[in-house]
Design a protein around this ligand. Structure first.
Ligand code: ADP
Ligand code: MG
Length: 396
């Protein structure tokens, strides 16, 4: 789950990372009022979307009056912000963040992430931070410093000091940097983060270090041990289908294609996506149903796929084994289809426990599905059905 900048800043501030004071606003009026509450003479109005590159796309505006803040917010709110990271569709701006403007003398890049190749938390840092970090990294990769943390020892003072030195910081600034590093590391671990990226971590005119932009991703799988995330979640503008999927314990990832896919087993699901691709098809999603799924959970998954206007055909692949029975899947399909008559073609490949019962149940209930003999046949039929499906609009 991606956090918004204002959420990530509030969280990091609680760990002792200095951030400018700011207020989140959902209306232009609130944005104007925020300048009075915050005080000062200059503020920055920032579009809250889950993407960087806002500065270059008009999503960051420095303002010097409440009126100007209102105007900037007016322009951003309700519109779609297209940045280098959003794709052509852009992202809808539902909130802006108004924060005090800082006088910046230097922009540092600092990120903590999981280095999957070694399974450890690693920091990346550069003195060439700010909006040009990508170019700087491409042009001179030697200016990006990496610090890998040994979980047995944690972040060590000497390593933090060395990184500060690499970035050209000394004295009080090096100390402030080491403190920020320790705070970010603690926040990273305690919040099951997969990324905390501060860019820029600005050195201000007064010589202080302040986090001006924070991007943070926390691992959804840890939601159960962070009940406080529910609020973050509600405000994080997660896709409604993803919320629905979570409610019904479906492992769901939306994708760009037009074949809705439901599979029992994540590995098998990945294999199916490849098989579709080999045949010139594109999946609209990855959906893995757990072995202990109920009929209602299956029905919820099928309903989601039926409700997706991009989906031209649905492929259900189930291997009934262990506790999972094919007839549970069949009942779920039947339930969803009855609520959505005239649906897109549904191709079913069922194997294993209660396969015959599943087929019988669907036939007896008059649910219109196409049975496939094996996986290859199922993939062929799904790709063919998506090409000829009557639901003409949407993605190719
Ligand atoms: P993005 O990375 O999405 O473009 P940032 O929040 O990093 O958005 O803002 C872009 C640039 O705007 C920053 O690199 C910084 O130079 C400037 N900026 C952002 N916030 C402030 C602030 N509070 N005070 C002064 N400058 C800011
Ligand atoms: Mg930034």
């Amino acid at each position: 789950m991606n956090l918004h900048e204002y959420q990530a800043k509030e969280l990091l501030q609680n760990y002792g990372v200095p951030v400018p004071s700011g207020r989140v606003a959902a209306t232009a009026q609130e944005a104007g009022g925020a300048t009075d509450t915050l005080g000062g003479v200059a503020w920055v109005v920032k579009a809250q979307v889950h993407a960087g590159g806002r500065g270059r796309a008009g999503g960051i505006k420095i303002v010097k009056s409440a009126d100007a803040a209102r105007g900037a917010a007016e322009k951003m709110l309700g519109g779609r912000l297209v940045t280098a990271q959003t794709g052509a569709e852009g992202k809808v701006v539902n909130r802006v963040y108004v924060e005090k403007a800082c006088d910046i003398t230097k922009e540092i890049y600092l990120a903590a992430m999981v280095d999957r190749s070694i399974g450890r938390v690693a920091f990346l840092a550069s003195a060439e931070g700010g909006e040009n970090i990508e170019e700087a990294a491409a042009k001179s990769p030697d200016k990006i410093f990496k610090l890998i943390i040994d979980p047995a020892t944690g972040l060590e003072d000497a390593d933090a000091g060395k990184l500060a030195q690499d970035l050209g910081l000394s004295g009080m600034q090096a100390d402030a940097f080491a403190r920020a590093l320790a705070s970010v590391y603690k926040a990273f671990l305690e919040n099951d983060a997969s990324l905390i990226e501060i860019n820029p971590l600005a050195v201000t005119h007064e010589g202080e270090l302040v986090a001006l932009d924070v991007k943070m991703i926390v691992d959804d799988n840890a939601l159960y041990r962070h009940p406080d995330w529910q609020k973050l979640w509600d405000e994080a503008e997660v896709d409604v289908d993803e919320i629905e999927a979570r409610k019904f314990e479906l492992n769901y990832v939306p994708m760009d294609g037009n074949i809705g896919v439901m599979v029992t087993g994540a590995g098998l699901a990945l294999g199916i996506l490849d098989m579709l691709k080999d045949r010139g098809g594109e999946a609209a999603d990855f959906m893995d149903v757990r072995p202990v799924a109920t009929r209602d959970q299956v029905a919820a998954g099928i309903r989601m796929l039926l409700g997706n206007s991009h989906v031209k055909a649905i492929l259900v692949v189930t291997m009934g084994g262990g506790v999972l029975r094919c007839d549970t899947i069949a009942e779920g399909i039947a339930l969803a289809c009855k609520q959505a008559p005239g649906h897109v073609p549904i191709i079913v490949r069922a194997a294993g426990t209660a396969k015959e019962m599943a087929e019988l149940a669907l036939r007896n209930q008059g649910v219109d599905v196409i049975f496939a003999d094996d996986l290859a046949d199922a993939a062929d039929k799904a790709v063919a059905a998506a090409k000829t499906s009557a639901r003409g609009k949407g993605r190719k």
